[in-house]
Ligand binder design. Structure first.
Ligand SMILES: Nc1ncnc2c1ncn2[C@@H]1O[C@H](COP(=O)(O)OP(=O)(O)OP(=O)(O)O)[C@@H](O)[C@H]1O
Ligand SMILES: [Mg+2]
Length: 608
């Protein structure tokens, strides 16, 4: 059982290594050059030393004119060749190594762009980043340095073994008996190396995760006096990282000692066998010395090979988690339909959504139709599924059941790019890039956009007055996540971005929630003009902003409980009327009021 899983792991290890090698394959010529150059360089070292002697003897002792004349040139030539081979070896292996890293990073980054939101929900960005930055380096080490040394040392060992067999077959056979022991321990050690390496890589991810959180949330950490807590959290990860590294080092060095012991046992066995009379007759003293010398010379390459094993196993462990990410299924983009222009008729048909199997469904059997050019507002308590419903339209998540249609076409049949091209979105959490104000606004319209259009969008979003007050106006860098701007300012940039995209479908998820009443009124006026000729899905807690919607849809626990115009719903004295009463502080006889807890009844809370 253990043996089987052991061989399975080696199998997958081999499979992973083979896959990693594919990343090196395009550069095999460079790699070959670097190996040859390194071997030449290594050989030239002793040659240099050896050549000096006849040169010196020839020039100073024998006073041979030919040698005297040539000596400087030979010296210069040799040193030039050594320089060139040294450079070629370093440069070519460095080239291969950096190309592998760059290509792995390119593929990982590409994958990041197309991983489904679900994958991000359950991953930590620290882990993902550390794969992109740290694991790729480890892979490249295993493929270049590791491979070159493994190659060199394996060759040496094969050569020495051949020599030993040539010198004496009986002794070689005796020596070979330790072979299986060696192979067994090397396999054991490699397995351990890989396990520890995987854990080291994971802990690198944790270290960067904790650090990243502190960087992103530095204000919360300060205000909530979280520094002690974070220090402790970081110390834990840091400590575990250091301990795991130490375990690797101790495995490395212990294994080296054990291997040496096994090896010396082989040596002892040979000595014992040689002491036997019958064997001694088969071997001359010269042969014995050559044999023993070959054996002794084999020890260092074997020990080095074990160490390289750690580099290679690190690479395999790193490759494993890289491939896990690369093999994760991307967003389904199997549709082929590309619509040039859409009317914007949207239909949710019996939509259900569960984020996780063990969680209450976020949406259950939702049916909703939005006529082209109309505005539908979603209202409901926090957590009732409004954002979830909106997210399904650009297919950020896939419904568990049901289907969404735009102009009669299932959105699954459209290409993702085409579908998303028709949708402008202002999310509940504003996301700005660490770039200029202008580029943030123009984000959805790569390239073809004039400064005048950007200004126009900013003006409509009521962002002009604060942008002009910024030190460099539209060219001001907004900082990470737009940190140098106020919440309302950020929101207005996000609105400007959506306005500029000028798409037939507009989704506004709490788009004006951070604005003061005055700004909101202005922005609302701009949005009203914009919404007039496109299909809009608007989500708002502040009911005053959605009163004019063509239809209002009330969600509760993922179900549509009411639908109608503002006037109709008020007259119905249902859930909407209750929400309205709570916000505007007048009593109705609606169902929510009847079922709401006393505390809620007593305090009309505008934040509901
Ligand atoms: N990415 C996610 N993974 C798992 N569960 C989620 C995810 N996003 C939302 N949920 C869950 O789905 C339910 C609906 O959330 P949703 O964000 O749609 O509510 P909402 O109506 O927009 O609330 P709010 O008014 O607070 O924004 C909640 O119970 C929430 O916990
Ligand atoms: Mg929401």
């Amino acid at each position: 059982m253990t043996g089987q899983s052991d061989s399975q792991q080696t199998q997958t290890g081999l499979a992973i290594y083979r896959r990693l090698l594919a990343y090196g394959m395009p550069y095999w010529k460079m790699f070959a050059i670097s190996v040859v150059a390194m071997i030449l360089y290594a050989m030239l070292g002793p040659a240099f030393a050896k050549l000096i002697q006849p040169l010196i003897d020839g020039t100073f002792i024998d006073k041979d004119p030919a040698v005297m004349r040539n000596a400087p040139w030979i010296l210069l030539g040799l040193s030039l060749v050594r320089g060139v081979t040294g450079f070629a070896g370093d440069y070519c292996s460095g080239y291969v190594s950096r190309r592998i890293i760059a290509n792995l990073r390119r593929d990982l980054f590409d994958q990041l762009l197309y991983l489904p939101c679900k994958y991000y929900d359950r991953s930590s960005s620290g882990q993902l980043l550390s794969r992109l930055l740290y694991n790729t380096e480890q892979v490249s080490n295993a493929l270049t340095t590791g491979l070159v040394s493994a190659f060199k040392d394996a060759l040496t060992i094969i050569g020495l073994t051949a020599l030993m067999i040539y010198e004496n077959l009986i002794l070689s056979t005796v020596f070979m008996l330790v072979g299986p022991l060696l192979v067994f321990s090397i396999r054991f050690v490699s397995k351990r190396f890989r396990n520890i390496s995987a854990r080291i890589q994971e802990s690198m991810g944790n270290v960067s995760h904790v650090a990243q959180e502190v960087i992103d949330a530095h204000r919360i950490v300060k205000v909530f006096n979280g520094s002690d807590y974070e220090t402790e959290k970081f110390a834990r990860e840091n400590e575990s990282n250091a301990r795991r590294y130490l375990r690797l080092i101790s495995t490395d060095s212990l294994s080296s000692a054990v291997i040496q012991f096994i090896y010396i046992s082989g040596f002892a066995a040979i000595l014992y066998v040689v002491s036997l009379e019958s064997v001694r007759q088969t071997i001359t003293p010269g042969s014995l010395i050559a044999f023993v010398a070959a054996m002794a010379m084999m020890l260092s390459p074997i020990k080095r090979l074990i160490s390289i094993m750690s580099t290679i196993q690190k690479g395999i462990a790193a490759g494993d988690s890289i491939f896990e990410m690369l093999d994760t299924e991307r967003e389904h983009d199997t549709g082929t339909l590309e619509l040039d222009r859409i009317e914007g008729h949207i239909e949710y048909r019996a939509i259900s959504l569960s984020y996780n199997e063990d969680q209450q469904p976020a949406l259950s059997d939702v049916n909703l139709t939005i006529e082209a050019g109309k505005t539908v507002a979603l209202v409901g308590q926090s957590g009732s599924g409004k954002t979830s419903l909106a997210r399904l339209l650009p297919r950020l998540y896939e419904p568990t059941a049901g289907e969404i249609r735009i102009d009669g076409h299932a959105i699954r049949d459209l290409t993702l790019a085409n579908l998303r091209g028709h949708i402008a979105y202002v999310g509940q959490e504003v996301t700005l890039f660490n770039d200029t104000v202008a580029n943030n606004i123009a984000y959805g319209r790569r390239g073809a956009v004039s400064p005048e259009e950007i200004r126009e969008a900013a003006r409509a979003a009521h962002a002009m007055e604060f942008i002009e007050a910024l030190p460099q106006g539209f060219e001001t860098m907004v900082g990470q996540q737009g940190l140098i701007l106020s919440g309302g300012q950020r929101q207005r940039i996000a609105i400007a971005r959506a306005l500029l995209k000028n798409a037939p479908i507009l989704i506004l998820d709490e788009a004006t929630s951070a604005l003061d009443a005055e700004s909101e009124r202005h922005v609302q006026a701009a949005l009203d003009i914009l919404m007039a000729n496109r299909t809009t899905l608007v989500i708002a807690h502040r009911l005053s902003t959605i009163q004019n919607a063509d239809e209002i849809c009330v969600l509760r626990d993922g179900r549509v409980v009411e639908q109608g115009t503002h006037a109709e719903l008020l007259a119905a004295h249902g859930a909407y009327a209750d929400l309205h009463a709570l916000q505007f502080g007048h009593a109705t006889g609606g169902s929510l009021r009847r079922s709401a807890p006393a505390a809620v009844q007593a305090s009309p809370n505008p934040a509901v």
